[in-house]
Design a protein around this ligand. Structure first.
Ligand code: PEP
Ligand code: MG
Length: 850
C-alpha cells in the first residue's frame, strides 16, 4: 500500500493553541463551518499556514480562506465578531486570488484594537466541512510560534477512500415517520428540512424508496421522490442528533397542523387540460386566471456556451465562488423586496433559489468536475443538470416542475460567470399588450419582464405550480401552461386571445371575437382604473370623517406605486433596505440620495421615515451584535440605534437634509419607554442645530410592544404622533414568534387582547391631542378598517396595491356603526370570533381585479 500523504498546517500566528470549544461564538464552537482549533494570539501578523491559493479575502479584511493544492479549504478568522470593525485595524498584504507560500504574511492587525472592540481575539482556524478533508492530528493546549506544526489532515480523496472501506457509519439515532406533508417533499419542505438543520451540529440522512439523501441537501431530498403518506427513516448523529431528529420529524409532519403553506400550494391546483380542439384553438392548463388580448413574442432561453476545459482547479473554484456570490446578492435583494402582496411569491422563490445555490450535492458535484479539469461553467452546468434530471425522472408533477428552478439557477450562475452582471439575462423590450410565449419561463426571466406591457404568458411546457406561474399569478397576469410545442411555432406578432378562464389560447381569432374580448379586457381594466382614480381623492367615511390612507413602502419603486394607487403619503418607510446585504453601513450621502428620491416621488405628501429597525430577524453584518438566545427580545429597533449612536446620528443627518416640499417626519421602532424618546430627541436637536435647520421635525413612536401600548399616554406626552405596528404588537402580546410556521394561523392581529391595546393607545393619543395611525399589517385588511376606525384610529398605512380597495371601502362606512362594531369586537373571546363578527358586518368589498 502506498504511503498516505497528509497535509500539514503550520501555525499562522504565535500564541496559545486551544480547542474550538473555547471560541465565544457557537458558529465556531459548534463546528458549523468545520472542525479545527483556535489560537489565542500574541503576534499580529497572520501568515499562510501552508502553500495554497487565497480563495477569499473578506471585505472587512478580518478573515481569509486558503485552498491547498490538494483541495482542502482552510478558513483563518482573526478574532470573534471582528467583521463589525469594517476593516478598521486590518491591513491586507496579498490580494484575493494570490498564490501564497507557507509562512508568507497575509494580513496584519491591530491586536489592541481588536481586544478592545471585538468580542475576542481568539482566532479560529477551520478546515472547511465542505472540502472533505479530515483532521488526523492537532497540537492543542500549548504555546506555538509561527511555523510550528499545528494540524495534520487527510486530503479529501484519502478521506473518501477511507470512508469507502468502512461502510458509511450508521447514524445512532433513527426514527421512522409517515410523511404528512400534503405534497410530499417538494421544494419548500425540502428547504425547510435542510433549514431545520442549519444551526445544529448534527449529520442527518433521510432514507426512502431504497435511496438515501443528505438531509442538508434540498436537491437530494427532492430527488427521493417522497410523497404524502410515504414512510421515511430519519437517521441522525452528532452532538445535536436528538434535536435534529425532532426537528426533521416535525418538519415532515408540519402539514398535519395545517401549516404547510408551500409555494406550490399557493397556486391554483392544476386543471386537467381539455382535449386538443379545432384549428386555431390550443388547449392548455390554467396557471393564473384572467383574459388577455395581445400579440405574441417568443422568449428563448439563452443557451450559454461554456468551455469544457478549465484554467486550473483553483481559478475555476474561485470563479464559481465569485459567480455564486454575485447571484446570491441578487437573490437576497429579491427576498427583501417590496412588501406588496404581489411580490411575496417572488420573495419565496428567491429564498428557495438561495437554498439551492448552496446545496451541498450541487457543490460537491461541481467541485468534483473542477478537480477533473473542467471549467467552472461546465462543472456547474453538469452538476445542475444531473440534479434536474433526477427530478425530471420522478412521477410527481410538482417535483418535476422544480427542475425548472435548478435550470434557472444554472442560467443565473452561468451568466454571472460570463460576466453579464449579477446573473440576469438582458430583458427584451415589450410592445404594448405583449403575450409572451416560452417553452418554460424562468422566474429570473419573468423578473425582467414585470411591467404594464406584459399582458399574458403562454408556456409550451411548465406546470401550474411552476414558480414563474406563481409569481405571474401574484402579479395578476393570466397564464396558460402545457400548451404543447405547437405554441412555439407561432410567429412573433400573431394576434392572440389568451383565455385563462376556459383554458384555451385562441390563435388569430376572427375580428368580431377579438373585438368582444378586447372590450371585456378593457371593461375590467376600466373598473380597476376607476377604483384607482377614485383613490386619488382624499379619503372620507360616508358621513364625512377624514381618514388618511397612506402607504408602507421600502423602496423608490414602491413610492411610485403608492402614488399611483392613491396613497396620501407614506406612513412607514422601512429604511432597512438601505442597510441590509452589505458589509459597511450606508454613508450619509447615500442615505440622503435615496430619501430625497423617495421624497421627490411623493411630492407634497407626507413621508414618515422610520429609523433603522435592525436586529432581531433583521441582522446586519457590520454591526457586532451579540449572539442572542432570543433575538426578538434582544437588541433590536431603537435599542440597536441607541447602542450605535453614530449610526443613528448619520441617519438623522440624512433625514434632516431632505429638501423640497415633502413633509417629513421621523418614526422610532420598538419603543418601550419615554426615556428612549428623550434620548433620540436630544440627539435630533443636536443634529438640527449643527445643520442649521430652523423647523423641527415631528417625532413619532411605534406602538409595537405591549409596554408602549400600556404606556401610550406617557409616550404621547413625549412624542408628536403614535403609529401602531400590529405585526410586532401581535407577536409580543400573544407570545408567538411572527415567523413561526405552525403558529402562523393563530398569529392574528384581530385577537381581542391586541384590540384592547390598540383601543387604549388610540384613546391615549386622542386625549393628548396626538395623531394615532396603524401601520402594521392589519391596516392592509379592508375587513379590519371599520374596526380600527371604530377604535379611534385616523390614519391607516397599507401596502400600496390594496389602497384603492381600502379607500373605496372606507367611503362606504359610517363612524357610528364602526364604533358599535368595535365595542362588540372588544367583547369577543378570540380572534376567530372577531373575524366572524367582521365578516357578518362587512358589506361586499369592491374587488379591484374583478
Ligand atoms: C409592525 O411591527 O407592525 C411594523 C409595521 O413593523 P415591521 O413589520 O417592519 O416590524
Ligand atoms: Mg415592527
Amino acid at each position: 500500500m502506498s504511503p498516505v500523504t497528509t497535509i500539514k498546517v503550520w501555525a499562522p500566528l504565535a500564541g496559545w493553541s486551544t480547542p474550538l470549544d473555547e471560541a465565544p461564538d457557537e458558529v465556531f464552537a459548534r463546528r458549523m463551518l468545520g472542525d479545527g482549533l483556535a489560537i489565542d494570539p500574541i503576534s499580529a501578523t497572520l501568515c499562510a499556514p501552508c502553500d495554497g491559493e487565497l480563495l477569499v479575502f473578506a471585505a472587512a479584511r478580518h478573515a481569509v480562506t486558503l485552498r491547498t493544492p490538494e483541495g482542502c479549504e482552510i478558513l483563518l478568522h482573526v478574532g470573534i465578531d471582528t467583521v463589525g470593525l469594517g476593516g478598521q485595524g486590518f491591513e491586507a498584504h496579498v490580494p484575493e486570488g494570490a498564490r501564497v507560500t507557507r509562512g508568507e504574511p497575509l494580513l496584519s492587525f491591530d491586536l489592541d484594537l481588536i481586544a478592545r472592540r471585538a468580542k475576542s481575539v481568539l482566532t479560529p482556524i477551520i478546515i472547511s466541512a465542505d472540502s472533505g478533508c479530515r483532521i488526523l492530528k492537532r497540537n492543542l493546549d500549548r504555546a506555538v510560534a509561527v511555523g510550528d506544526l499545528l494540524m495534520e489532515l487527510a486530503p479529501a480523496a484519502v478521506s473518501r477512500a477511507a470512508a469507502a472501506l468502512d461502510p458509511a457509519p450508521a447514524l445512532p439515532h433513527t426514527r421512522r415517520v409517515t410523511v404528512a406533508l400534503e405534497h410530499g417533499i417538494h421544494a419548500r419542505p425540502a428547504a425547510r428540512l435542510a433549514g431545520a438543520l442549519r444551526s445544529l451540529a448534527a449529520e442527518a440522512r433521510l432514507t426512502a424508496h431504497g435511496r438515501e439523501a443528505n438531509a442538508r441537501s434540498t436537491v437530494a431530498l427532492m430527488a427521493l421522490g417522497v410523497r404524502h403518506g410515504d414512510v421515511v427513516e430519519i437517521g441522525a448523529g452528532g452532538p445535536d442528533a436528538a434535536v435534529a431528529l425532532d426537528a426533521l420529524a416535525a418538519a415532515l409532519g408540519a402539514a398535519r397542523a395545517g401549516a404547510a403553506a408551500t409555494i406550490a400550494g399557493s397556486a391554483p391546483a392544476p386543471v386537467a387540460a381539455p382535449p386538443r380542439a379545432a384549428d386555431g384553438l390550443l388547449p392548455g392548463v390554467i396557471a393564473s386566471r384572467g383574459l388577455a388580448v395581445g400579440e405574441a413574442l417568443q422568449l428563448r432561453r439563452p443557451e450559454l456556451a461554456v468551455a469544457e476545459r478549465g484554467g486550473g482547479a483553483s481559478e475555476e473554484s474561485a470563479a464559481l465562488a465569485r459567480a455564486r456570490a454575485a447571484v446570491r446578492v441578487r437573490l437576497e435583494r429579491r427576498t427583501m423586496a417590496a412588501d406588496g402582496e404581489g411580490t411575496q411569491p417572488a420573495r419565496d422563490v428567491a429564498a428557495a433559489h438561495l437554498q439551492l445555490l448552496d446545496d451541498p450535492e450541487l457543490l460537491d458535484g461541481a467541485r468534483a468536475s473542477i478537480a477533473h479539469g473542467k471549467s467552472a461553467g461546465f462543472a456547474w452546468r453538469a452538476a445542475v443538470r444531473a440534479g434536474a434530471a433526477a427530478l425530471q425522472a420522478l412521477q410527481d408533477a410538482r417535483l418535476r416542475e422544480r427542475a425548472d428552478d435548478l435550470l434557472d439557477l444554472e442560467t443565473q450562475v452561468l451568466l454571472a460567470l460570463a460576466g453579464s452582471g449579477p446573473g440576469a439575462a438582458p430583458a427584451p423590450q415589450l410592445a404594448e399588450n405583449t403575450i409572451v410565449i416560452a417553452r418554460e419561463l424562468l422566474p429570473s426571466q419573468l423578473a425582467g419582464l414585470e411591467g404594464p406591457r406584459l399582458a399574458g404568458i403562454c408556456m409550451a411546457a411548465g406546470g401550474a405550480t411552476s414558480h414563474a406561474a406563481i409569481i405571474a399569478a401574484a402579479m395578476g397576469i393570466p397564464v396558460l401552461v402545457a400548451l404543447g410545442p405547437e405554441v412555439l411555432s407561432l410567429p412573433d406578432g400573431t394576434a392572440l386571445l389568451l383565455d385563462a378562464e376556459r383554458g384555451v389560447l385562441e390563435i388569430a381569432p376572427a375580428g368580431e371575437r377579438l373585438a368582444r374580448a378586447r372590450a371585456a379586457v378593457a371593461a375590467r381594466r376600466a373598473q380597476h382604473a376607476a377604483l384607482q382614480a377614485a383613490a386619488q381623492r382624499e379619503c372620507r367615511t360616508a358621513d364625512g370623517t377624514r381618514i388618511e390612507v397612506l402607504a408602507n413602502i421600502g423602496s423608490l419603486a414602491e413610492a411610485r406605486a403608492a402614488v399611483q394607487n392613491g396613497a396620501e403619503g407614506c406612513g412607514l418607510l422601512r429604511t432597512e433596505f438601505l442597510f441590509l446585504d452589505r458589509q459597511t453601513p450606508p454613508t450619509r450621502e447615500e442615505q440622503s440620495h435615496e430619501y430625497q428620491r423617495i421624497a421627490d416621488a411623493l411630492g407634497e405628501r407626507p413621508l414618515t421615515i422610520r429609523t433603522l429597525d435592525a436586529g432581531g430577524d433583521k441582522p446586519i453584518a457590520y454591526l457586532p451584535l451579540p449572539p442572542e438566545d432570543n433575538p426578538a427580545l434582544g437588541l433590536r429597533g431603537i435599542r440597536t440605534s441607541l447602542a450605535y449612536p453614530q449610526l443613528l446620528r448619520t441617519q438623522l443627518q440624512a433625514v434632516l437634509g431632505i429638501q423640497g416640499p415633502a413633509h417629513c417626519r421621523l418614526l422610532l421602532p420598538m419603543i418601550t419607554d419615554a426615556d428612549e424618546i428623550h434620548a433620540v430627541r436630544e440627539l435630533l436637536e443636536e443634529v438640527r442645530r449643527e445643520l442649521g435647520r430652523a423647523v423641527p421635525i415631528d417625532l413619532g413612536v411605534m406602538i409595537e410592544t405591549p409596554a408602549s401600548a400600556v404606556l401610550a399616554a406617557r409616550l404621547a406626552d413625549a412624542a408628536d404622533f403614535l403609529s401602531i405596528g400590529t405585526n410586532d404588537l401581535t407577536q409580543y402580546t400573544l407570545a408567538m414568534d411572527r415567523g413561526h410556521p405552525q403558529l402562523a394561523a393563530r398569529l392574528d392581529a384581530l385577537h381581542p387582547a391586541v384590540l384592547h391595546l390598540i383601543a387604549g393607545a388610540a384613546q391615549a393619543a386622542s386625549e393628548h391631542g396626538c395623531h394615532a395611525a396603524v401601520c402594521g399589517g392589519l391596516a392592509s385588511e379592508p375587513l379590519a378598517a371599520p374596526l380600527l376606525i371604530g377604535l379611534g384610529v385616523h390614519e391607516l398605512s397599507a401596502v400600496p396595491t390594496v389602497i384603492p380597495q381600502l379607500k373605496a371601502h372606507i367611503g362606504s362606512l359610517r363612524v357610528a356603526d364602526c364604533r358599535a362594531l368595535a365595542a362588540r369586537a372588544l367583547m369577543q373571546g378570540s380572534a376567530a370570533a372577531v373575524r366572524a363578527l367582521l365578516a357578518r358586518a362587512a358589506p361586499p368589498l369592491p374587488d379591484p381585479h374583478a
